[in-house]
Ligand binder design. Structure first.
Ligand SMILES: NC(=O)c1ccc[n+]([C@@H]2O[C@H](COP(=O)([O-])OP(=O)(O)OC[C@H]3O[C@@H](n4cnc5c(N)ncnc54)[C@H](OP(=O)(O)O)[C@@H]3O)[C@@H](O)[C@H]2O)c1
Length: 399
């Protein structure tokens, strides 16, 4: 299976590169090698790769900035999915696309179903909805997976931000009136891989739009509390208090839906893929984060240890081999300057001094067969009055 992946360096795209690799050859693109605003190039790339599946994990996700860059947001989130659908239909390829809970206004009060009325509040939500509609209007076989509150450890997310704040501030104020399903990017990538594993015919029969997110929902405040509680490096935290706040306390450019939790039961029953509880996914994500940190720490220590050992080995080698060799060369050169009968003199001196310094010779000298005798202590009075009475060790040995 040939898979064409867009948004390969994003939170989800990074995970997808790993989870989709067993299913075939992946051609991965991101803004660094293909800007989706360049539609002609995008079309050419799709035709050149001629994939069996197009996975679109790319999106303009800067919710507030989208208010200022509406054109850009609509181009990437609205037009490009339509282009993907067009090309997928032309190539008879399958299109997998992701959308957002921000297509809802958050006023329903209970988790949203796929058929519920959409009413996005900001440009980001409107542009994503335009993307959904463009795909649905085409003839391609597709799956649109609406998800919410995606986090990962490889990019800036709410999880990484809370951990950062907890290390800098003693009091955190987190909004308690925004509610949805925290979704680990890896869960979403695993689910996508599982879907592909079921085969394209199976997916074509079930084509359409589904809600896929972490099981259960929480407020941002509860989510933040859990992130802080599960932090494997708690000793680094400064935070002492987490206070509830209101969305209105933090005015932002874009209005966000307050209750945008997604009901994912249709997806689970249709595809028989259970979704993990958001708390369990977070627990696993944190555990993995801590072990990868430990691996990083251990490998840094190993690199330093290897570097130090190599330095020491170099020094040792120089002192063991290079210095004596240099002395030998110097001595031989000196020997050449001497008249014929004395030429071997430096070599003899060298061998002699080496032998004298050879460890076993030194050991023999230290444990000489003739042990020094214990001196009988002379009476203090005589010693003081007549210093000539004092005798050296050598005197006793010789007598
Ligand atoms: N993040 C969330 O909380 C959330 C919530 C609900 C739904 N979703 C949806 O889930 C999907 C995956 O989201 P994510 O969190 O993985 O997003 P992400 O981390 O922002 O990744 C999106 C990727 O698309 C790339 N991209 C943006 N503009 C591009 C352009 N003009 N040309 C080429 N590439 C471009 C980005 O590159 P740069 O980063 O370099 O710009 C980034 O690598 C998206 O469809 C998103 O709408 C996300």
């Amino acid at each position: 299976m040939k898979i064409l992946l867009f948004g390969a360096m994003g939170q989800l795209g990074t995970e997808l590169q790993r989870t989709l690799s067993p299913y075939g050859e992946i051609a991965a693109y991101d803004i660094h090698n293909l800007n989706l605003e360049n539609t002609q190039e995008v079309r050419e790339t799709i035709r050149l790769v001629s994939p069996d599946v197009i996975v679109n994990a790319s999106a303009y996700t800067a919710v507030d900035q989208a208010e200022r860059e509406a054109e850009k947001a609509f181009a990437v989130n609205g037009d490009i999915p339509g282009l993907f659908a067009e090309e997928a239909s032309r190539l008879n390829a399958f299109l997998l696309h992701y959308s957002t809970d921000y297509v809802f206004d958050g006023r329903k009060g209970t988790p949203y179903l796929e058929g519920d009325t959409t009413n996005p509040l900001g440009v980001y939500g409107k542009s994503k909805l335009a993307g959904e509609e463009a795909i649905q209007a085409g003839n391609a076989n597709y799956l649109i997976l609406r998800t919410s509150w995606v986090y990962s450890r490889n990019r800036n997310s709410f999880v990484t931000k809370v951990l950062e704040w907890a290390r800098k501030q003693e009091v955190l104020s987190i909004v308690s009136d925004q509610v949805s399903n925290p979704t680990w990017a890896r869960t979403l990538a695993d689910v996508t891989a599982e879907l592909l594993g079921k085969g394209l015919d199976y997916l074509i029969k079930r084509r359409g739009l589904y809600h896929v997110a972490g099981n259960g929902y929480a407020s941002r405040l509860d989510w933040a509390k859990k992130i802080i509680e599960l932090d494997p490096n708690k000793q680094e935290q400064k935070v002492k208090e987490i206070r509830p706040a209101l969305t209105s306390d933090f005015p932002t450019l874009a209005e966000r839906p307050l209750f945008s939790a997604l009901d994912c039961s249709l997806f689970q029953s249709t595809f028989e893929i259970p979704l993990p509880k958001w708390e369990d996914a977070l627990k696993l994500a944190k555990r993995l984060q801590s072990s990868s940190r430990n691996i990083k720490r251990t490998s840094t220590t190993c690199v330093i240890a290897c570097w130090v050992s190599l330095k020491w080995l170099k020094m040792l080698r120089r002192s063991l081999f290079c210095v004596p060799i240099r002395i030998c060369i110097a001595m031989t050169k000196a020997g050449r300057l001497l008249p014929g009968c004395f030429r071997s003199l430096p070599t003899i001196v060298l061998i002699g001094s080496a032998a004298a310094n050879f460890p076993s010779f030194r050991w023999m000298r230290r444990t000489r067969m003739v042990q020094p005798m214990r001196l009988p202590t002379p009476p203090p009075s005589t010693r003081k009055q007549n210093p000539s009475n004092m005798r050296s060790v050598t005197d006793f040995i010789s007598s």
